[in-house]
Design a protein around this ligand. Structure first.
Ligand code: ZN
Length: 133
């Protein structure tokens, strides 16, 4: 079901500062930035090999990234696995007793269909399932 790690989501308090680290110091290529109003984030995409680093800056004090940073500080916020069919993947996860944050897929950065599994079911790791055409 899972093809690869689609991306790693990193919560940052200042996107421009974070880009300086990943692009200018680590040498990754910045592929672009996008605001995703649904998730109250501004995202920078930095492909690396077959996967991607996504830097996430909150656009609102009420957003999930702002809350994450408030509770835990900056750092890795989630891991996204690529799936072919997200509806089928969610059904399978539900059938296997996983708690879901999203019963139905929603739209994420880059036009992907995404859904999160609840960290209470995954040993504390926020896992995102991600389908891209
Ligand atoms: Zn993500």
């Amino acid at each position: 079901m899972i093809g690869k790690i689609d991306h790693i989501g990193i919560a940052v308090s200042n996107l421009d500062e974070a880009v300086k680290l990943y692009r200018d110091v680590l040498g990754l290529e910045l592929h672009g930035t996008e605001v995703v109003p649904e998730q109250k984030v501004r995202v920078a995409f930095l492909p690396v090999g077959d996967t991607e680093v996504e830097l996430l800056e909150s656009t609102s004090a009420e957003g999930p990234i702002a809350k994450f940073i408030e509770a835990k500080g900056q750092g890795i916020q989630h891991i996204a696995f690529r799936v072919d069919d997200i509806e089928a993947a969610l059904e399978e996860m539900k059938a296997k007793g996983m708690r879901l944050i999203d019963d139905k897929p929603r739209y994420g950065a880059g036009g992907a269909k995404i859904a999160f599994l609840h960290p209470k079911s995954t040993g504390g790791v926020l896992i995102e399932l991600c389908e891209r055409k």
